[in-house]
Design a protein around this ligand. Structure first.
Ligand SMILES: NC(=O)c1ccc[n+]([C@@H]2O[C@H](COP(=O)([O-])OP(=O)(O)OC[C@H]3O[C@@H](n4cnc5c(N)ncnc54)[C@H](OP(=O)(O)O)[C@@H]3O)[C@@H](O)[C@H]2O)c1
Length: 306
């Protein structure tokens, strides 16, 4: 039975990766910074490992000894994505780990170069660490999580104004995969040794922004005014403008993802869903139907509903 260590096991994605791995019969070591009674009451094949990537490779070593695959679903800035994951990789090398899935779970970020997206750059820098590693890298690309893409940071939906905004002509298909589907694919990929030294692209559904707008109108039963915010060059200019004034990358990074999604450089290629026939991704319409627009908008856009 394969033993997998999951870093970021308390996160939105990592916690579901743990569940999916257990469902597939793997032994799972969940790296957590603060253990809770909830987690310790869990599954016979689940071991809690208390640790922080900031503890360094010596401290992480005991958690990876005997592990075949490391999956990282951590989130953070360079101290986590570059420095912290490097410590985990060093520990994995010493522990004889065969493969590591880094915390990418993004658009096809290797489809574009440095300087396009500040968060992708962190992941590209970490990917370079595998060039001299004994641990094989498996990167998982899934496109955008609808849970985030339809949230306030992306500025696509504005429930108070009743608008759906699009940059460009909205006719190029984009890649959308829910967090639960990403977790299901990732567990399958973690247990698939053929994925060593590969970037594996899997997807929930590919559809254009105009199709997404129509699906949202159908499922929500209300009109969402389509707002055309400008061309992709206008979008690039808006990103540069915000970079001068922003107090945080959150103010422009979503637009950096969008420009690469809408110009096609971040589009998934060679999609491998057929390699994982037991994962049935959720169509966007089904996801949206379960989304319960009014309650969800109230939850993710609290200011608009206060
Ligand atoms: N494609 C998309 O649209 C999209 C959208 C969002 C996220 N993502 C990606 O999905 C991945 C997971 O994101 P998420 O939303 O699931 O993140 P999340 O819910 O914020 O969870 C982050 C996890 O990382 C852990 N962590 C952070 N720093 C750590 C450290 N120094 N040592 C050990 N653990 C640490 C956190 O532990 P604590 O619980 O202790 O804080 C938590 O378990 C990331 O790569 C993110 O970029 C993709």
């Amino acid at each position: 039975m394969t033993t997998v260590l999951v870093a970021g096991a308390t996160g939105s994605l990592g916690s579901l990766i743990v569940k999916n791995l257990l469902a597939r019969g793997a032994h799972v070591r969940a790296l957590v910074r603060r253990p809770s009674t909830d987690q310790s009451a869990a599954h016979p094949n689940l071991t809690l490992c208390v640790g922080d990537l900031a503890d360094g490779s010596d401290a992480l070593q005991r958690h990876v000894d005997g592990v075949e695959v490391v999956v990282s679903a951590v989130q953070g800035g360079p101290e986590v994505i570059i420095d912290g994951q490097r410590e985990l990789l060093r520990a994995a090398e010493r522990g004889g780990v065969q493969r590591m899935i880094p915390s990418d779970f993004s658009v096809n970020l290797f489809g574009y170069g440095y300087g396009i997206n500040v968060l992708s750059d962190l992941r590209r820098v970490f990917a370079d660490a595998f060039a001299t590693s004994t641990v094989a890298r498996t990167s998982v690309a899934i496109g955008a999580f609808p849970e985030y893409f339809l949230g306030p940071v992306h500025e696509v939906l504005d429930p108070a104004a009743g608008t759906f905004s699009v940059w460009g002509d909205g006719t190029r298909p984009i890649d959308i995969t829910t967090i639960p589907d990403t977790a299901a694919f990732t567990a399958a990929i973690a247990l698939d040794p053929k994925t060593a030294n590969r970037e594996v692209h899997v997807v929930g559904q590919q559809l254009t922004m105009l199709e997404l707008h129509d699906e949202i109108e159908t499922v929500s039963g209300r009109r969402w005014e389509l707002v055309r915010r400008g061309t992709l060059d206008d979008l690039r200019a808006e990103i540069v403008r915000r970079q001068f004034t922003a107090s945080s990358v959150v103010e422009y990074v979503a637009l950096q993802y969008q420009v690469a999604m809408f110009d096609g450089t971040a589009s998934l290629r060679d999609v491998r869903n057929a390699d994982y026939p037991d994962v049935t991704p959720t169509p966007v319409a089904t996801y949206l139907a379960e989304w319960n627009f009014r309650d969800k908008c109230r939850e993710v856009y609290p200011r608009n509903f206060s």
